[in-house]
Write a protein that binds this ligand. Sequence first.
Ligand SMILES: [Zn+2]
Length: 325
Amino acid sequence: MPRLTMLVVLAGLLGVGAPVYGQVVRTADATVRGLTASDFPRIKKLAENVYAYEDLNGSIDSNLAFTTNSLIVVTSDGVLVADGQGSVAKTKRLVDEVGKITTQPIRYVVICADHGDHIAGNSAFPSNVTFIAHPTSKALIERQAAAAAGRGGRGGAAGPGVPIPQETVSDKRVLMMGGTEMQILFLGRAHTGGDLHVYLPKEGILFMGEVFFNRLYPSVGGSRSGRPIEWIETITKAEAMKARIYVPDHGFVDSPEVLNEELVNFRGALENLVSEARRMHAAKVPLENAPRNINLGEFQYWYRAANNMPDAVRQVYLEIEGKLP
Ligand SMILES: [Zn+2]
């Protein structure tokens, strides 16, 4: 056996946590992958004229940082971006990086996830872009804008200055730009309630917004908008599409093969969460005691599991009881 191959096999057997030749470490933790803050943002080409953009959300020293991803589709009739970044500075950087790839202007921004880490920087997009969101997300952004303007409504995490989406998609919209077909799809509620996907049928690429995190424990969001039970159904619909590449909103944009496997694993994390929370609920375990009695199995080792699981359990309890809005 060649020495390099042997090293790879050995490292694999030993479960070594550092990057290994030709092998990807399955984690959303950038430090375990041997990356530093200066490695971000990164652009990965997925197909001709289609790119994934990964930037780091949070300080890499915090043990909490993970990537937040955007999709960039370049056509001869302008650019579509799916999901921005979490601050005006970060989204300005995204816009600048798009400008290095193409002279085509950004025409559309699809809000697949309406949480602040994907929309708070939206004012950095050119002022003439068209924002597209699910009606639920549009309503949320309007409420947040109203609150920011001091006219009542709920406070929002995204902060002031987030443009109101001009167009909505509640089910499906086919967008043709310069001969490139893009489908904007709502497959069901998951993390935000207004979760949209962008699908490129010719390239077989499905950008999943916050329906898919790669090796990052399911989070129901700071505003507790997630619905773990429905989320499983939504992922199942996405899997049935048999896309070539499933692109996550958080976690690394790995090879198509790894992403395919990790989408199944992510559904597994949700199924474990839901079945364990159902078990606790059926045994009438009070919510405050449920998280410490849940058996996460292999998923306990996932990045941010300890942070994200208690709220996720609470959300399953509410979903079972029909108490979610
Ligand atoms: Zn997010």
